[in-house]
Write a protein that binds this ligand. Structure first.
Ligand code: IPM
Ligand code: MG
Length: 382
């Protein structure tokens, strides 16, 4: 019985290995990145998601329709509603992203996406993870700033491999053990490292912190760090520093040194964890946006989850739309609409940091999502 299970696990493992090797081959022959500036028509897909997703996306849609009105009228930009990325539909079809929804997603160039619910355990994969993989969105870019403290961090989290790529395909020997896999590929690490160093170079940053646990995860993190250093050689003005994830989580709450960090480059899971910590330092996970970038598509989303508890407690309308709107700022600048991106970013700063006339707390004592959006739209048209 046990031997049989082991044999089956070995066969599964062989298949995983073969598949992952094939994936590295695909990455190596990827076509050149899309040039949004030269595109006459850009389709922005709007995906609601679950829980508070439809509520914050409803407001994001109003804000974008106002901000982009001239571009929508001229046909340069189109806002496309994409239905069906709901937990009910995913459970009914047994697919992390139902086929027709994925086809609609692929027909767009960039996406603004509300949070989706992922069931714990079982084998249903997170819609987020599936989308990052399906569209090859390999760079998860998460900026965090606290101007009053001199904090200006940009996280480059590897987004398609590491602990996530086979996260729903681990091996279990019933009653005895469970095993998951972490995958680091040369091509996958090289492209995220390139993205981080290019960003540093283009934005006048002088250091990149490579954050791993290479003392323990010797093969995967060891190779991640080595490849990042290899890429760093092409950027002579930029220092590449190695840090371990445990001490880096401490550094972020160390007020004496934290403002000296600029760009962070990390494998998937560490990036997931530390960016929540960083967002909290900025004012909460509701305040940060997140960009998932690939060469052909890019998806922008709130850093937080779908908050099912808020829906259960009947306070969904009090959700904070700031994070999704910060994501919209990144979307606009990604497609080259930097004037609109700056206008929205400026209005968000006025509403959330400077004037704070309407404050969303995530509960009944605060303003609703709609009230905040009204205030923002009023600020935008002033
Ligand atoms: C994030 C989220 C996702 C992740 C979840 C929703 C799958 O926490 O974007 O950080 O773990 O990547
Ligand atoms: Mg996360």
């Amino acid at each position: 019985m046990m031997t049989e299970q082991i044999e089956r696990a070995v066969a599964d493992f062989r298949a995983l290995l073969t598949e992952q090797i094939a994936r590295t081959g695909e990455m190596e022959k990827a076509p050149p990145p899309k040039d949004y500036q030269s595109m006459p028509h850009i389709r922005i897909g709007m995906v609601d998601g679950d829980g508070i997703g439809p509520i914050i996306m409803r407001e994001a849609r109003r804000v974008l329709a106002l901000l982009l009105a001239p571009h929508i009228a001229s046909g340069r930009v189109e806002l496309v509603d994409i239905e069906g990325l709901t937990i009910e539909n995913r459970l009914a079809t047994g697919k992390a992203i139902p086929d027709d929804t994925l086809a609609a997603i692929r027909s767009c160039d960039v996406l603004l996406k509300g949070p989706t619910t992922t069931p714990k355990g079982g084998s249903m994969e997170s819609a987020n993870v599936a989308m990052r993989r399906a569209l090859d969105l390999y760079a998860n870019v998460r900026p965090v700033t606290v101007p009053s403290e001199g904090i200006d961090w940009t996280f480059f989290r590897e987004n398609t491999e590491g602990e996530y790529v086979l996260g729903s395909r681990g091996i279990e020997i019933n009653g005895r053990l469970a095993m998951d896999f972490k995958v680091t590929t040369v091509a996958g690490t090289r492209r995220i490292a390139r993205a981080a160093f290019e960003y540093a170079k283009n934005n006048g940053k002088t250091s990149v912190a490579i954050v791993t646990k290479a003392n323990i995860m010797k093969k995967t993190d060891g190779s991640f760090s080595a490849i990042c250093h290899e890429v760093a050689k092409d950027y002579p003005g930029i220092t590449a520093e190695d840090w371990y994830i445990d001490i880096m989580t401490a550094n972020l709450v160390n007020e004496k040194i934290r403002s000296r960090f600029e760009v962070f480059l990390l494998p998937n899971l560490y990036g997931d964890i530390i960016t929540d910590e960083a967002a909290q330092i900025q004012g909460g996970v509701g305040t940060a946006g997140s960009a998932n970038m690939g060469d052909q598509y890019a998806m922008f989303e709130a850093i937080h989850g779908s908050a099912p508890r808020m829906i259960e407690e009947g306070i969904g309308e009090y959700a904070n739309p700031e994070s999704i709107l910060r994501a919209a700022v990144m979307l606009l600048s990604h497609i080259g609409l930097s004037a609109e991106a700056d206008r929205l970013a400026g209005a968000l700063t006025t509403c959330s940091e400077r004037e704070k006339r309407v404050v969303v707390t995530g509960d009944r004592d605060g303003a609703t999502c709609r009230e905040y959006a009204d205030y923002l739209m009023e600020t935008l048209t002033k």
